[in-house]
Write a protein that binds this ligand. Structure first.
Ligand SMILES: *Cc1c(COP(=O)(O)O)cnc(C)c1O
Length: 469
C-alpha cells in the first residue's frame, strides 16, 4: 500500500521511526564493506563495550536512532571479523549479501513461522527451501525438513525422532510414559563425535553414548560398530558423522547404515558442515551412502554461508519426527498434512529462518552451491600444499574436505606460532587439541576464500613462524 507524502512506519510510533532503520542499514553496509580488510581479532573486550554503553538501566527512554548509533559505535571495535575471507576459526562461514537481505526482510515481516496456515507467506518459502535442500543433498524426497537454531538442535530433533521409533518398536510409548521403566536405549557413536551430540543425548535423557573406535582421521570403525551392534538386542541408535571437526573426514555412512539396519537400529548423521559435500558431484565419494541413514542434521549458517541462526533437521520418517516433537493444543492451527513447522523442531514460536536459505539457493542455483563446496575444498587443498612448503610445518590430517590441522613442532611452539598469527590480525585460525597434539586448525568455510586469500594466509603464517624463535 502506497501513501502520499512521508511514509509513516509502525503505526502509533513516532513519525521518524525510519531513522533507526536507515542508520542501522548504513552501519551494517559499512561493516560488511570493512570486513575483508579489517583486523580480524576484536580490538576491545566485553568490559570496554559495557563501559561505553553504560551499565545502568536508563530511567527514561532515549532517541531510538541515538541508541542504534551508540550500539554500533560501542560494539564494532569488539567484533571479530568472522566474515573475513581469511577467517578460519571454529567452523563459521561468511554471509552472502542476498541472505543478509532476506534475513532483514524476515525481521521486518516478523512472522511466527510455527504455523503453516496462518503464516502462508514465509511457510511457502521455507517449504520450497526444504524441498530444494533434499534435492541438492540427495536425501529422500519424502523426508521432513525442520529449520532449527543450529546443528545442536537439529541433532536433538533427529535423535528425538530416533528415540521415539526405537522405543515404539520395543513396545514403549516414551512420549506418554517417559524413560522411567522404559527399555534401555543404547546409543553408539564414534569416538570423535561432536560435543553437540553428547548435549542432544543429555537433553533426551539418554545419557552418554557408548563410544565406538575411530580411525586416525576420526572415522568410525565400521567393523567395531558391527561387533558392538551384535553385542545386544536393546533398542539402538547409531550416531554417525559427515565431516570431522579436525580432519573433515566422513564416516562410511552407507556401510555403517547397512550394518545398523541389519540390527534394527536407527541411524542419525551429524553433518553440520559436511552434508554439503553431497551437493557437488566431485565430492560424491565422501557422501556415498548418506541417503541410507534415517535422520540428518546440518547447518546453513556454516557451509552455505547464511547468517546465524540456521540449522536444518531432516527425518526420513516424518511420522516419527511429529510423534516426538509435535505438540497438541486447541489453538494451534494444523494443516491437513500434519507437517506443520512446529511439529518438526523443538521450537514453537520462531523466526522464518528458512527464508535466507531459500534466497541463497535461488541466487546460487544448483551449480552455484556445487561451486561453493568445491571452492572451499580447493582452497583447503591449496592451503595445505602451500603450508607444507614452510619450514617446520606438518599437516596432521588427510585434507579431503575443508579442514586443515597444522603443527609447527612441539606443542608450545605450535601454540606460540598460533598466537603470533592471530596477533598480526590478518588471519584467524583456532588452536585445538587433536591426536594428542596442539594444532592450529584452519576451517575453510568462507565462500570468498580463493587462491589469492590463501596466498595472503600463507604469507601471514610465514611471518608468524619467523616471529617465534
Ligand atoms: C558446529 C557443529 C555442530 C553444532 O552446530 P551449532 O550450529 O553450533 O549448533 C555439530 N556438529 C558439528 C560437526 C559441528 O561442526
Amino acid at each position: 500500500m502506497h501513501h502520499a507524502g512521508r511514509t509513516r512506519l509502525l503505526v502509533g510510533m513516532e513519525p521518524d521511526a525510519q531513522r533507526p532503520l536507515d542508520l542501522a542499514f548504513a552501519r551494517a553496509v559499512a561493516w560488511l564493506e570493512a570486513v575483508p580488510e579489517r583486523h580480524v581479532a576484536p580490538a576491545t573486550g566485553v568490559d570496554a563495550v559495557q563501559d561505553r554503553l553504560g551499565r545502568v538501566l536508563p530511567e527514561v527512554g532515549q532517541d531510538p536512532a541515538a541508541v542504534v548509533g551508540r550500539l554500533a559505535d560501542a560494539v564494532e571495535p569488539a567484533l571479530i571479523a568472522s566474515q573475513s575471507p581469511r577467517f578460519y576459526g571454529w567452523v563459521i562461514g561468511g554471509t552472502h549479501p542476498v541472505a543478509v537481505a532476506a534475513d532483514w526482510l524476515v525481521t521486518a515481516w516478523d512472522q511466527n513461522a510455527a504455523m503453516r496456515e496462518p503464516m502462508p507467506g514465509t511457510s511457502a518459502v521455507e517449504e520450497l527451501a526444504g524441498r530444494w535442500l533434499l534435492d541438492l543433498l540427495g536425501l529422500p524426497d519424502t523426508a521432513s525438513v525442520g529449520f532449527t537454531t543450529g546443528a545442536t538442535t537439529a541433532n536433538l530433533a533427529g535423535l528425538a525422532a530416533a528415540r521415539h521409533r526405537v522405543l515404539a518398536d520395543a513396545g514403549w510409548d516414551v512420549e506418554a510414559h517417559g524413560l522411567g521403566g522404559a527399555p534401555r536405549v543404547r546409543v553408539l557413536a564414534g569416538a570423535e563425535r561432536h560435543g553437540s551430540v553428547d548435549l542432544a543425548l543429555r537433553y533426551l535423557g539418554l545419557g552418554a553414548a557408548t563410544l565406538v573406535a575411530a580411525d586416525r582421521e576420526g572415522r568410525i570403525d565400521v567393523a567395531a560398530l558391527e561387533a558392538e551392534l551384535a553385542r545386544s538386542s536393546d533398542p539402538t541408535i547409531v550416531v554417525l558423522q559427515a565431516g570431522n571437526l579436525h580432519s573433515g573426514a566422513f564416516d562410511d555412512v552407507g556401510a555403517a547404515s547397512d550394518a545398523a539396519h541389519r540390527h534394527g537400529a536407527w541411524v542419525h548423521v551429524d553433518g553440520a558442515f559436511g552434508l554439503w559435500a553431497a551437493a557437488t558431484p566431485r565430492l560424491a565419494p565422501l557422501a556415498a551412502g548418506l541417503a541410507r541413514a534415517d535422520s540428518w542434521a546440518t547447518d546453513a549458517h556454516k557451509t552455505l554461508n547464511t547468517p546465524y541462526d540456521c540449522g536444518v533437521s531432516f527425518v526420513a520418517h516424518p511420522a516419527d519426527a511429529v510423534a516426538a516433537l509435535g505438540a497438541q493444543a486447541s489453538y494451534l492451527v494444523a494443516t491437513a498434512s500434519g507437517l506443520d513447522p512446529w511439529t518438526l523442531v523443538p521450537e514453537m514460536s520462531r523466526r522464518a529462518r528458512g527464508v535466507p536459505v531459500w534466497a541463497t539457493l535461488a541466487a546460487l542455483g544448483r551449480s552455484g552451491v556445487a561451486a561453493l563446496a568445491d571452492g572451499l575444498v580447493d582452497a583447503a587443498a591449496l592451503l595445505a600444499d602451500e603450508l607444507r612448503t614452510l619450514t617446520g610445518v606438518e599437516i596432521l590430517n588427510d585434507v579431503v574436505y575443508t579442514q586443515v590441522c597444522v603443527t609447527f613442532g612441539a606443542d608450545e611452539r605450535t601454540a606460540a606460532v598460533a598466537d603470533a598469527l592471530r596477533a598480526q590480525g590478518e588471519v584467524y585460525a583456532s588452536t585445538s587439541r587433536w591426536q594428542d597434539r596442539t594444532v592450529l586448525r584452519f576451517s575453510v568455510s568462507n565462500a570468498w576464500t580463493d587462491a589469492e586469500q590463501v596466498r595472503r594466509t600463507v604469507e601471514a603464517v610465514r611471518r608468524a613462524i619467523d616471529a617465534v624463535p
